[in-house]
Design a protein around this ligand. Structure first.
Ligand code: SF4
Ligand code: SF4
Length: 595
């Protein structure tokens, strides 16, 4: 009897790659796909896996492994594909011998992303076939099928998965691993060197293989037609398939496993049989536009939301407008059913004192991407621009130029960037900043060095290894110094007063000053020192400590006191001491160790 397990979509992708005989898997950590590599590291030692410095490098390592004959997978979140578009657009011209799969985690509704980006568009742009799983079983099966088709048609393929499928769990039938080894690398410029005239030839290569795959799509078993005898046909894929079935189980549905290229001939034939074709898909009208391009009459986005996840309620509403169902049955889930909680820095987070200092200093702060992006949320609200990985350095330069021209040359401007983002794409920004400025402009860059990629669960950065005692140190300070910066200070932000003085003084100096804050992530390194406590007889209830927004702090009523006073949950407190340092009356002290 076959073995079954309940797996998340991400775990299933890792499992599929293992069963498919995968050899190398690389990634840059990013929600929603981060657990794919985590799972490989934990359970699938046969596969070499790494979290690379950024998505471009991850792809390039993957390209090398694929050229060398190993089945390869590269995973990233949707915006990560933007980072690797340059090599991707040339790589997909290569006729590959070993299976290659790019996994992109799209995020309809932007649960944990700065934008909503439909990477089916990028897959088509790069001439890749695209697979779109609906559950964990699909995710595993499509990895195996995708790699098979990759080798059969000599094309890199894309697995487009969405947050809901990545994190939801469902039953998966497990198989055995089948080893696969492609041919050894044989130098062949016509395949691996993308310059004219080879590139001209490969425009035709790519066109022909997509055309062949379009033919194949007509009888591809992962494109499934379910007939119930209705006179309308719904074409859908991904999670929309299940959300649609929940609302409308008795309508004919064509569930697409491969969403590009589409089984155009088959759909053309089907269109003769149905009075209407309805396309249900999240984000952009990708399938709908493809069908219309081929002259197939259909409706879609005008009846369903153009953004966010297409929950069953949204689909039901659209189907009522279309007259497919008479009235709504599903109850709208009220927003009041759950308690809203905003994202929050952890107890003892080393970013908290920095944002407290910046807020009080009332300076113009340019943010970057990482957990410190939460500096734009209540109660900090200090970030004034936040665009993409590593962008703080370019933006701060442009804004400085504009501020100086507007006569604001005395106003300080501060950029913040984490060490993970520094290594990801901050390095070229630092280099550009150094050699493009006169040295007279007032810019302060703070590198929030917590020695991890904290936002995605604590993956290592170039700076993590000294904390992990792995002897592979790369020092942010040494790198910046080597670039030619000399105004660099390392500060211990848990020494609040000194850190405040260093930061505020730096914002007043001309030239680019760099501050590196040095406390590691409390969560990643499991830091827990003796907690602090409030003496209610000293506390004046001013709430200065509460404003540091540390989770263990709250106001409460003590017996014998009329006014509410601050208190600290000792189980949550990790003993960083920031609240004690901001208290104006010294009411917060470290607990005495019990003997
Ligand atoms: S010492 Fe204060 S700021 Fe630090 S973790 Fe405990 S409650 Fe939070
Ligand atoms: S800062 Fe000090 S005085 Fe103010 S509420 Fe907190 S513990 Fe009490």
């Amino acid at each position: 009897m076959s073995k079954k397990e309940i797996l998340s979509g991400n775990q299933s992708i890792a499992r599929g790659f293992y069963e498919a005989g995968g050899g190398v898997a690389t990634a840059y950590p990013g929600s929603p796909t981060v657990e794919v590599i985590e799972t490989m590291k934990e359970y699938h030692e046969d596969i070499y896996s790494e979290f690379s410095m950024n998505e471009k490098v991850a792809l390039e390592v993957g390209i090398g492994a694929c050229y060398g004959g190993l089945r390869t997978m590269v995973t990233m979140k949707h915006v990560g594909v933007n980072i690797c578009m340059d090599p991707l657009m040339s790589f997909t011209q290569s006729p590959v011998d070993a299976g290659f799969m790019l996994v992109t985690g799209d995020d309809p509704g932007m649960a944990s992303s700065q934008n909503e980006q439909d990477n089916r568009i990028l897959g088509k742009f790069a001439n890749m076939p695209i697979f779109d799983p609906s559950d964990s079983q699909d995710a595993k099966d499509f990895v195996i099928k995708g790699l098979e088709l990759s080798e059969e048609y000599k094309t890199p393929v894309m697995l487009r998965i969405t947050s809901r499928i990545c994190h939801a769990r469902s039953t998966v039938e497990l198989g055995e691993r089948e080893e696969h080894m492609g041919p050894k690398f044989e130098p062949d410029p016509s395949k691996y060197c993308m310059l004219p005239p080879h590139t001209f030839k490969h425009q035709y290569t790519m066109k022909e293989r997509i055309e062949k795959l379009q033919e194949r799509a007509n009888d591809l078993e992962i494109n499934k037609l379910e007939e119930k005898g209705s006179d309308v046909l719904v074409i859908t894929s991904g999670i929309c398939y299940y959300n649609f079935k929940e609302v409308c189980p008795d309508v004919d549905v064509f569930k697409l496993g491969m969403v590009y290229p589409l089984p155009i001939d088959k759909i053309k034939k089907l269109s003769e049989k149905y009075s209407k074709i309805i396309v249900i898909e999240e984000m952009m009208p990708f399938i709908e536009n493809e069908l219309k391009l081929h002259g197939i009459d259909c409706v879609g986005k005008e009846f369903f939301s153009f953004t966010g996840e297409l929950h069953s309620e949204v689909i039901e509403e659209g189907l009522v407008k279309l007259g497919v169902i008479k009235e709504r049955q599903l109850k709208d889930t009220s927003k009041d059913d759950t308690t809203a909680r905003g994202p929050l820095f952890c107890a003892g987070c080393p970013h908290r004192p920095v944002f407290d200092i910046l807020k009080k200093a009332k300076v113009n702060v340019i943010g970057d991407i990482g957990c410190y992006t939460m500096g734009l949320l209540y109660p900090w609200e200090v970030l004034n621009a936040n665009i993409s990985m590593g962008s703080s350095l370019g933006i701060i330069k442009g804004m400085r130029l504009a501020m100086d021209k507007q006569g604001d040359d005395q106003k300080p401007i501060v950029g913040v960037i984490g060490d993970g983002t520094f290594f990801h794409s901050g390095l070229p920004g630092f280099a550009n900043l150094k050699y493009q400025l006169t040295g007279e402009e007032n810019i302060t860059m703070i590198v929030l060095d917590n020695a991890t990629t904290a936002m995605t669960g604590g993956q290592p950065t170039g700076e993590s290894y000294h904390m992990d005692n792995m002897g592979q140190d790369m020092s942010v300070e040494d790198i910046i110094r080597t670039m030619g910066y000399d105004d660099i200070q390392r500060v211990d932000q848990f020494n609040y007063k000194e850190a405040k003085k260093a930061i505020v003084d730096a914002t007043k100096r001309k030239g680019v000053s760099v501050i590196i804050t040095t406390r590691p992530c409390a969560l990643r390194y499991k830091i827990k020192e003796t907690p602090f406590e409030v003496d209610p007889s000293i506390c004046i209830g001013c709430k200065t400590c509460i404003k540091t927004n540390c989770p263990p702090l709250r106001m409460k009523k003590y017996e014998g006191f009329d006014k509410e006073k601050s208190s600290i949950d000792p189980n949550q407190c990790v003993g960083c001491g920031i609240c004690a340092q901001v208290c104006p009356v010294g009411a917060i002290k470290r607990k005495k160790e019990s003997k």
